[in-house]
Design a binder for this molecule. Sequence first.
Ligand code: ZN
Length: 498
Amino acid sequence: MNMDQSWKELNEELGKARALEEAEILFEWDNETLAPPAAMEYTARTMERLAGMYFRIMTGDRLGELLEKCRDRQGTEEEQAVLRAAEKKRRELILVPAEEYEAYSGLKARASALWARARKAEDFERFAPALEEIIACRKRFAAGRAKEGQSLYDVMLDEFEEGFSSEKLDRFFALLRKELVPLLEQIREKGTEIPCSFLQGGYSGEGQEKLAEYLAKYLGFDFERGVMGVSAHPFTTALHSRDVRFTTHYDSRVDHSLFSVIHECGHGIYEQGISPLLVQTAAGEGASMGMHESQSRFYENMIGRNRAFWEPVYPRLQELFPGCLGNIDMETFYRAVNRVEPGPIRIEADELTYSLHIMVRYELEKGLIAGEISVGDLPGLWEKKYEEYLGIRPQSVSQGVLQDIHWSQGSIGYFPSYALGSAFAAQIYGYMNKEMDMEELMRTGRMDVIREYLREHVHQYGKRKNSREILREMTGQEFEPAYYVEYLKEKFRRLYGI
Ligand code: ZN
């Protein structure tokens, strides 16, 4: 069989896998948005079957043979990216040994259910044994894949963000600790009260919906190739670059829904910007978790929490909510949506303290995998670290160690990519500022210029480049966390007059 024939057959096989994946994505979307409650159990069964079929194709001998045959084929860059991405997906799935796949899926489902119950009951002990099992499994799988001298936690980190080892992350978080913890202390000592009560109450769902649509269009989300829905927890998903979906929720706090729309649009604009040459292929997705998060945070923070952005947009907001904001000037609004308020909950964190929440999780999961920390130590260490970094103590385990679902789903090594995303975003912003007057573009509403620039240098590549290559080729530098720290210091010192 010649190579072109093998390539054709490989794409046929990957096409089947992709079709199953898209069906799953669509069911997930439906579950979160419109599906009737009584359908859940039946949909779950269907999704399980689809996942099983997908797993069998992706880990099957047939795909293995075809990938092998095509390995040395000299294709276009896109074709080579598809090959690499398919191989990586296969490796990740094989990561769970076939004979353990079902048992591990069962364990995750059980652990997530126990986590939810433990959280509700404020009882960490109920969840602890399941978490121990999850950790043991993850360590066993990682050990099977570890390269000579590689730590198990590094194997896990690499699954989520290629090339970011704990050595690199230790340096990154050490810098955040050294620079941001004292800055937060200074802000707290200064004690400036920034009024924000006007962000709460009186914002109708209808008004928030109009605002969400307006903002999405304004930022450049394309409704010909995307839709917006409503769900309890906002998220973005994509079948491919021609079908990108995000949700919002309407909240009594207008800034919650407002910034979640901007955040999800950042994810959505990324997906819509991926090259049409990669549509419906294994490489037609964002480069990595961290790079995806960099785009959402770029829009949410560097743009959405910038004074210049609001100059043309704030009057529109006042028009939509005259009762709430008619007498509030833009500066007051700007300060309110940027105020620093350390709290126990990660997903409600402000821009400055967000990465400190991640740092706590990074240190704990790294210690757990290395065997330096036991599961029983977690609640106490959690409180201690929150006290040390954020100056607060969570009042309960639901507000503390049990607030995130990730560990119960086996996602260990995932959290750092949230902080990396913020740091990537700051590096990209720092670089773009040298190339163009970003604030002037925002002030004059030229969001298209910013979007097109990101499309050209980040979005179009999908998985053709990894996050390090994107940063290096765009900014001319390797990953450099100093941008992030400088950006935060500059912004919050000014805001608080320090
Ligand atoms: Zn996000």
